[in-house]
Design a protein. Structure first.
Length: 130
């Protein structure tokens, strides 16, 4: 993998922005060139467009975390709002109206962890009676 210089990166971004402006002028929904810069593009194994019942709590947390640190989060949220997206994950939330947020996974101290250096393990909430 080659590393681009700072000026080359800016030139590449300028090219994308110019293409986006041209596309926005021609396309009724506006440009979506920003999607090429999104964090989600590199994580195609995640269920970004899955049916709501297929999205588990760990997948939801992973997608939410990726979106939080995404460089185009604002553009994604604006696009989802302006175009009336009603399916899939956009800007850290599932836009499907039938989606029910799964219980969030958490972290607990692992059994046998030393007091000076605690170890943590992930836990999934289980359905059913408490």
């Amino acid at each position: 993998m080659t590393t681009l210089s700072r000026s080359a990166r800016w030139a590449a971004l300028e090219s994308v922005w110019c293409q986006a402006a041209d596309a926005a002028a021609r396309h009724p929904l506006g440009s979506v060139a920003w999607q090429a810069l999104g964090s989600c593009g590199a994580r195609t194994e995640l269920p970004w467009t899955a049916e709501p019942e297929q999205v588990g709590p760990w997948d939801a947390e992973t997608m939410r975390g990726l979106c939080t640190a995404c460089p185009v989060l604002a553009e994604c949220a604006a696009y989802a709002s302006s175009s009336g997206v009603c399916a899939g994950w956009w800007a850290g939330t599932n836009r499907d109206p039938s989606y029910t947020e799964p219980a969030r996974p958490g972290w607990v101290k692992a059994p046998g962890a030393a007091d000076g250096q605690p170890a943590w393990q992930g836990v999934l909430p289980l359905g059913g009676a408490a």
